[in-house]
Design a protein around this ligand. Sequence first.
Ligand code: G3I
Length: 688
Amino acid sequence: MKEESGKVSNITNRTILKLLSLVLVLSMALSVLAACNKNDDGVQIDENGVPYIDISFEKGKGPAIARGDSTKLEVKDGELKITNRTDAWNGVNFKGDKFIGNKVQVKASVKSANPTCSLSLQYDLAGTTAYTTIGTGNTSSGYYSQIQGEIEISEQAENVFFYIEASGVDDIYVKEFEVHVVGDYVDPSTLAKLEYANIADYPELKTLYADYFKFGCAIPTTFVSNKNQNYIELVTKEFNAITFENELKPDSILDYETSVSDLSKYNESPAVKFDHLKETLDYCKEHGIVVRGHTLVWYSQTPAWLYHVDYDINKDFVDRDLMLKRMENYIKSVFEWAQTNYPGVFYAWDVVNEAVADGGSILRDCEWKQIIGDDYIEKAFEYARKYAPDGVKLFYNDYNSYQNGKRDTIIEYLKPIAAAGNIDGVGMQGHISTATGVDYFIEAMKMYADLGLVVNVTELDISMPNNNNGEYDQGVYFNKLFKAFIDAKKSGVPLECVTVWGICDNLSWKSADKPLLFADDLSQKTAFKGVVAAVTGEELQKPADYVEIVRDTSTIYEDYEDGKFVGGPRFSATVGVGDSDPFDGSKSLFCTGGVDTYDGYSVDISGFVGKKIHYSFAVRSAAPQTKMTLDIDGEWPNIETITTGSDEWIEVDGYCDVPGGYDTLTLYFETTTTDSFNLDNLLIELAE
Ligand code: G3I
């Protein structure tokens, strides 16, 4: 027994030992797995070792980090609620360092009472914090919208965050957030340090263009305060005008702490601070670089407290009289500071920025308009003229200001201000693409000049087309645009300065679109060579690997019987094939769920660029009219407007000359309301 019991106890000991070691191995394996699979940054690792984020907020806020000191995050019923936002930039951050050096697709389901929300990337690069937009969405429909986009995260980026912010300070709700690597994953720890290009022999834009206009660029003040020599040397060599990308905006210069510290002193005259600008302004002064003041009155990047009683966002808006006093005194303080400290350095100010709504027939809704009324623009210019030193030019600045609807509205609003002598110029921002009509841009310039105003191009960046020849095509477009600028100037258009919005792609707010003149290592892009060639008259050389575009003029025919279609939804519409009341056969295409009139069904007709086409289709809708239109950036030439309304099928047949000069072109169907519509037997073919 003894023996037996000794044996038993030996066996038991061995078993316990084995069990213990198994438990140990298992727990080690589990902790390794846990470490590999999910971290506090919410990053998981897939079966190929590639990191990804996929969060649905079912079990709490997970890796979501509040963006902004006052911002609060709460989770309920699988929704992340972002509250207590006091600035538009407040929202939510998600860490993204595991994706440095990779291209990623980022998606978020977002809802908010704010008209728009955006999904962006924040990162530090050479000591500068950069903010670049990944995607923007209209979020105020009451439903969740998906905001998404792809972005290449620079190899040099550090402290990377994906973030969601909004156009105003209303709460934001997020249901899902995902990040997935596109293509092969690069481990950030294997990335090499960037070698900057030698810029010594670069042609100098400011010298080449001296006979025509000043050549400016936007920079963050950190270039100078960090002593980033590579960037500073390039800026000093190439440019003779500067705009601060963010640091002169109202939320950078309005001083909350001081303003609330003594309301008897500051209630009518908000305090302002400028210390953060000193080093860069001293640098500008020393190098004879003039500065554009950007920007005084803007609906965005203006602190919410400015509009409220006692500067307390929990109290009501102030009344018109007090808001006007705050506006006047704020403008006065800025001009007094500039004139006292940097006389002659500021050549222009954007007095009012982006006041006209997208689409362009009315003023954008914003606090300035709600409190003061539509005349807030006139008032801002009246005060600016009253306090601006002689010789400093006062501008209205806007994007898409070349588009006819917006252009005409801007002109209507500026007429009385120009007549009163309170404005000197129009800033055409120029966040454009290679599909933007150059003639169209120049035409708008001339119309602004006809008001007796000068023109500046204030924020030029041109998205690189996403095709095989993208870099070259972008260069060709820059070349064409600058030739047109030179010709316009020669013909008397008062174009006084052209400013590019940044210097290198990886620090651009649109870095995904590589829209600038210099690459990340500051080497010359074809875009830069195109700008140089426009003034020297040289030819831009086609690269050896240029891929000739083959136009596919095959007929497009869709009867939807096989459930297939070649087009896709435009903006937030949903398209699909259904069997309810088809025109012919048993199926038709339906397009539904649009929240805007321009949501619809879009078909790529790039094969027919520059050709005449024959089209036919059947359409039905309860909307009074259904339209077929070409989609060119800034122009939407309507081809057919069909009276629908009865929801009966209507047959359409016609011809159209598709404009030439575009790499890609789409046509789209939409209704004049947000009603759904059906299409059947869509034919697009080359006309004989
Ligand atoms: O300002 C806060 C800062 O206080 C906070 O510490 C930080 C948190 O990390 O966020 C900062 O906000 C960022 C801001 O830049 C910096 O001032 C915002 O999130 C970020 O979205 C913002 O982006 C800027 C954007 O204007 C805002 O509308 C871009 O860098 C800037 O290039 C862009 O420039 C505008 C022009 O002014 C007007 N025309 C359009 C153009 C492009 O959007």
